[in-house]
Design a protein around this ligand. Sequence first.
Ligand code: S3P
Length: 761
Amino acid sequence: MNTHTFNKVCIVGLGLIGASLAQAIKDNQLAKTLVAVDKHNQSLIDAQQDGLIQQGSDTLANVIKDSDLIVIATPVKIAHKVFIDIKNAIDDGLIDSTCVITDVGSTKASVINEAKQVFNNHLPIGFVPAHPIAGAENSGYHARNPKLFVNHNVILCKLDSTHETAYQQVYKLWQDVGASVMEMDVEHHDKVLAFTSHLPHLLAFNLVEKLAKHDDNMDIFRYAAGGFRDFTRIAASDPTMWHDIFLANKSAIIEALDQYSQNLQSLKQTIINQNSTELMGMLGRAQAARKHFGHMLNSTPYTEDPKMTQNYQIEPLVKSNKINGTVKVPGDKSISHRSIMFGSLATGTTKVSGFLEGEDAMATLQAFRDMGVTIEGPNNGEVTIHGLGINGLKASQTPLYMGNSGTSMRLLSGILSAQQFDSVMTGDVSLSKRPMERVAKPLREMGAKIQTTGEKGTAPISITGNQALKGIDYDMPVASAQVKSCLLLASLWAKGTTTIIEPEICRDHTERMLTAFGYPVQVEKLKDGNKITVTGGGEMTACDIQVPSDISSAAFFMVAAAIAGEGSELTLSQVGMNPTRTGVIDILKLMGANISLSNETKIGDEPVADITIKSSSLQGINIPEHLVPLAIDEFPVLFVAASCAVGQTVLTGAKELRVKESDRIAVMADGLTTLDIDCTVTDDGIIIEGKGTGNNAQPIFTGGYILSHHDHRIAMSFTIASLRASDQITIEGTETVNTSFPNFAELANKIGMNIVENSQK
Ligand code: S3P
């Protein structure tokens, strides 16, 4: 049975939008009858012949009788006349006074004013002003496209006079033709559209017309290639329609033009002055904004397409589960973040090589661009940062979007608390669940004004600038390098000295980088952790940074080689060997892994080495608690190693794993159970019953479907498990792998694995 939403729809104006909507209404069977009004007789004849409308006329009164929806799809200027016709139709009893009336005009205040004049300020309760943000440079009935509105935004304005039922009907109509519907107030709509639509059209028309009048016009048009064509595509749009819009939205457009003219003048001055840093900054910010604003609006990772999800399907290696090769994993995530932060706050130009072009580090990079820093790149891991000095950051015009990155949000909390301006930080679904009071609380002790959200103290975080910070002595309750780094960064602006005591040693990249940038820092060894002391008021000087390969990414391949078939061997070249990060090697060695280091050297302030790891029979162990902070990110893949070991592995003192990108204890336990591993979750760890027998040819895991819970390391760990699986493993949500290891699947396939990446919208 067909349940039409409307009985009879009257489309006034069969141009591109009107005819496309009519076609979409017909194709989706949303109306029993469709009629149209248009001054072009031919369009009406064609529409009738095409079976699109049942009746057409150039006079509204001839077709309107008993319509329950009227769509005004004429140029904005004609709306006045249409409202008069509609009023007459109501007065003559042709239609009900509650009939739903909507329009598709690109300006809203002017259309509503026209209606108010005609209806003596008593607007019909069925009137719902609307604006589909969809169009094409082609116009007219024959350009119609019923899919024109699919995945496009439609803005509805709810007026005081609008009846809820009418509003809901129009809302549903647009949803039914595939659009995303949103509400906006009238004035805001007109302002926003002046910038995002009207100004670009005005500029495109203007540029083409000026060039057409130019003396060399033939040559200009003959040789005008991509850039000109792309920029001016919209100048082929309907002049009447745009003429009406420019006049109808006059005041907002004038304001937009004024602002734009000022921008152009300052751009001109930048070029006259040959101010290369400023020019590069503007271009870099524009490029990044063009690429990323969709992700920021949608709170999704910085993947190419914000609506894209991905899964891995991994076939077991049936003939032999042997893997071999040399792998260069990407740059260290922690060091990449810090290189951008320190480079931005230093005086002079910092050149970074080996920068991790993953989403997390890109979130940090983007945040500093948003705060006015000129950053070139990344190009093949090379980034050039034109530092603004310790007091040079400027307020971002928009909230700073941190994507999935806890490190960005926590470290930036320290920096932002000390600035002269207010800031807001937001993040994706996973980051918005993670605890932020652990940094907010000690920052408040330093005098910061920082507010987290909700009972659990999560993102968004709002920071009020211009607070005088003072140094504190802080005994950290958890061994967190992020908390330590946040406070060390805040202390650079604090009056006096800040002393931090860590309960256990945790990664010290911040301390090393402070030294590299010439900022004094004292580190004193205590019984368990270190005591770190910094005095505020100093400055940093730019230096070059080479980022070593990330041991946390290398860990996946270490475990892969260890659990793979006999004869497997992988070499991981020039991996960071900072002693606060090598817990994974110590744990694997305790389990009996065959690991050796070669080419040990230092790049910058960080030790590096080649790691060679061969297949071996692993043993279950009790993991020493002091190694937990030194291998904090590697546990998911170590659980895979433990599952392949002979006997039980017990992890304790690792509660922190519960507040990473996911609850890594619970999520890993779920996945392992799916793959038939016996494990017991404890409050601060896990007990895993290893199924190893000493023979690496035997499968350990079954196949299965794994949920990654927006956690890159969960996705990669279960990918490695497939080396010892009897059947296919499918892992959903693998798009998050991009946060730390963009070419993971490619490298894994290179050493002999069988990963198929499937992307869906
Ligand atoms: C990081 C510290 C660790 C780690 C994270 C990166 C850093 O977090 O898990 O991936 O760069 O400082 P915690 O310090 O909160 O343990």
